[in-house]
Write a new protein. Structure first.
Length: 306
């Protein structure tokens, strides 16, 4: 939160709180880190909190790299706000790693994947690819009208038309969105992967929400105060189709995460078949129950399951 108040990279550098679209991004990210901390520290779901933090954090690395490169582009050193943001991100990821070392994040099972898991994973791959493909093109379309009535349409924000450092950050963020979503779809137990996908979606949502906020800001807030020769009342900014596609992909990822979150309940119903008519557990049923117990953290009856 402290990173929102000192000067943050921009042209010129200014606090995050002075820009509505930047504030929207930071509020989304801080809400996400707060939720991850709540899940871990309250022991509601330690593994879920860790997975959520990792999904959120790996995308935020790319976003902060973009902001850092932007700051270095216009000055010799980045504004102090960006370094506070890096410190906060580092602390969050360090906490996630510490918690992850205390729980069993991955459970390996010899059982074949259910048809539901196969279908969900197969759907996740194209959705993740679409989310990445729509993240990199331009989202902002400006319709500028001069004082004499002439108009021009331009789109800005294409990742591959940016300076090298900015492009690297945006590419990294996009790759993180797709990679985490696909890996999470294959994770066992599935509900842990669902939390990782939720973290990715929140990071993506911060950018989508920021785009909506930016559209409703005055053009002077996005193009600068010097708009001589431009009729600001006739000019406008709207979002491109790429923004809409990414929004649809984010909604689809949310649905897939909910699907994954419901998977364990179906698996438990299937496990009931491992018990004989007299209620005596077979060897396979006992082994699976043993794996579930091994996932508890810490080894104490006073703590709920991670």
């Amino acid at each position: 939160m402290a990173a929102m108040f000192p000067d943050y990279p921009g042209n010129p550098a200014k606090p995050v709180t002075s820009s509505a679209d930047e504030t929207a991004i930071y509020l989304c990210l801080e809400i996400g880190w707060g939720l991850a901390g709540l899940l871990v520290l309250s022991h509601l779901s330690v593994r879920g909190g860790v997975a959520f933090a990792v999904g959120l954090g790996v995308v935020e690395i790319g976003l902060l790299l973009t902001d850092t490169a932007s700051g270095l582009q216009v000055s010799n050193d980045a504004a102090p706000g960006i370094w506070l943001a890096w410190a906060g991100l580092g602390a969050g990821l360090a906490g996630a790693c510490l918690a992850a070392a205390s729980v069993q994040m991955l459970q390996v099972s010899k059982a074949l994947p259910t048809p539901s898991m196969v279908a969900r994973s197969a759907l996740t791959v194209p959705v993740a690819i679409i989310a990445v493909a729509a993240f990199w093109p331009s989202w902002d379309h400006y319709h500028l009208v001069s004082a004499s009535g002439r108009s021009v349409d331009i789109t800005v924000g294409n990742a591959f038309s940016q300076p090298t450092g900015v492009m690297a950050g945006e590419v990294l963020a996009g790759v993180a969105i797709g990679a985490v979503a696909i890996i999470a779809a294959l994770w066992s137990p599935p509900w842990v992967g669902a939390w990782a996908t939720a973290g990715v979606v929140l990071a993506l949502a911060s950018q989508l929400i920021s785009g909506v906020v930016q559209v409703h800001e005055p053009l002077t807030a996005t193009l600068g105060p010097d708009l001589s020769g431009i009729n600001v009342h006739a000019s406008s900014l709207w979002l491109t189709a790429s923004w809409g596609i990414d929004l649809a992909a984010a909604v689809a990822l949310v649905c897939l995460a909910i699907w994954a979150g419901l998977e364990p309940w179906g698996a438990r119903r299937e496990v009931a078949g491992a018990f004989g008519p007299a209620g005596e557990a077979s060897h396979d049923g006992f082994a699976q129950r043993h794996e579930e117990i091994a996932g508890q953290w810490p080894a104490s009856k006073h703590w709920p399951r991670a």
